[in-house]
Design a protein around this ligand. Sequence first.
Ligand code: 6GU
Length: 225
Amino acid sequence: MRIDIITVLPDLLESPFNHSILKRAKEKGLLEVNLVNLREFSSSKQKQVDDYQYGGGAGMVMMCEPISNCIEHLKKERSYDDIIYMTPDGDVMNQKMMNTFSLKKNIIILCGHYKGIDERIRQLYITKEISIGDYVLSGGELAAAIFVDAVGRLLPGVLSDETSALFDSFQDDLLSPPVYTRPETFKELKVPEVLLSGHEKKINEWRHEQAIERTRTRRPDLLDE
Ligand code: 6GU
């Protein structure tokens, strides 16, 4: 999968994809992340990308021309399955959505800033608008990083069979059960006996029960669906 991220803050996104699982995905050639500096597509001398909004009011709006130039430039090289705009008024991200995106080949992510982007860019180019939750960030970059992380780990071959995303919390609409590692006793708290039993069937049953209980108490909304 190739992801082009259009941003005014490319430096902010230098690190997130260069660690752990996403780093391995890139090294294996399963994921390619290309950061595109929007300012390079401004035709003004000062590399301006935002302007005052029509109708007045505080806050700048990202201009049509640099974004349009940038997207047209990228589209000359390859065709895209989706052009995503990260925005608090988009569809809220969930695991089902991430599964769908993990099957795509080329996508563009546009990171918004200030008051957002000129509405005409949304009409002309954007195929999907995504939010990461009901709160406001100063820009779309960190939201884009979260999107790439969530999708990147789902790409076939990124995780091994044992750690397969199929077994994740949320894949089956349940939260994960509690987990333990050594030592057996820590500050008088013992690891549940069943996990030491070596009885695989009982262990799986226990984990499933715990997952249901955890979901019931913490996220009953997931069980309703
Ligand atoms: Cl995608 N962008 C911004 N600026 N704020 C957000 C968001 C995105 N998702 C939740 N809040």
